[in-house]
Design a protein around this ligand. Structure first.
Ligand code: GAR
Length: 224
């Protein structure tokens, strides 16, 4: 599978972020990409939900936005084709899913194989799908967390780039756990994107290959 291509303009990887709602992970990526030495630039934010608050946030920061209401398309294929056309028109190298709550066709995933990553709120391969914090509490795990991974056709099953862990504390409910993990998501995703966009992590078959020693991240339970 192809590794993410970097654009010739400024040597930065051209990134689109796909969202469905709040967009707090998107905001963390936008903030990271403002650093001059960050290896990615955010050139497009798109949502399948026109009312997504994250679209407004991105537009206010001068980032081009697109709302593609999935209800306006006759099929999953038609929606994915329209989205793909937007990504191609913007010259996108790498797609970041950030709370994008819609399943792609296998064809779309194949088109972007090795060039599309996602953040998921659990320590994969545990707790795929939705309601991950409820799943973790029901299972009684003492550690929970978040994962950045390449997207493959099977849901939440792609090769893992980075993970962050948090403790599950006595008395936690799903809201408390979600809030604790979101803090780690906002730290992890920009660092994982930097690895991919900077060519330090790439997909090689079913595994992620790291080109050099991956730095430890500050914080006892968070590691890349
Ligand atoms: C995040 O917790 C993200 O990990 C999760 O949705 C939330 C989006 O929040 N994603 C998934 O569950 C994907 N399966 P945000 O819009 O504030 O970034």
């Amino acid at each position: 599978m192809a590794a993410a291509q970097t654009s010739s303009v400024g040597g930065k990887t051209r990134v689109a972020i796909l969202i469905s709602g709040r967009g707090s992970n998107m905001a963390s990526l936008i903030a990271a990409a403002e650093a001059p030495d960050y290896p990615a630039e955010i050139l497009l934010v798109a949502s399948n939900r026109p009312e997504a608050p994250g679209l407004t946030y991105a537009a206010e920061r001068g980032i081009p936005t697109r709302a593609l209401d999935h209800r306006a398309y006759s099929s999953r294929e038609a929606f994915d084709a329209a989205l793909n056309a937007e990504l191609e028109a913007a010259g996108i190298d790498l797609v970041c899913l950030a709370g994008f709550m819609r399943i792609f066709t296998a064809g779309f995933v194949e088109t972007w194989a090795g060039r599309m990553i996602n953040i998921h709120p659990s320590l994969l391969p545990l707790f795929k799908g939705v309601h991950t914090h409820e799943q973790a509490l029901a299972a009684g795990v003492r550690l929970h967390g978040c994962t950045v991974h390449y997207v493959v056709p099977e849901l939440d099953a792609g090769p893992i780039i980075a993970q962050g862990a948090v403790p599950v504390r006595p008395g936690d409910d799903s809201d408390a756990l979600a809030a604790r993990i979101l803090v780690q998501e906002h730290r992890l995703y920009p660092q994982a994107l930097a690895l991919v966009a900077g060519g330090k992590a790439r997909l090689d078959g079913a595994r992620v290959v790291f080109s050099e020693e991956v730095p430890e991240v500050e914080g006892a339970l968070l590691s890349l």
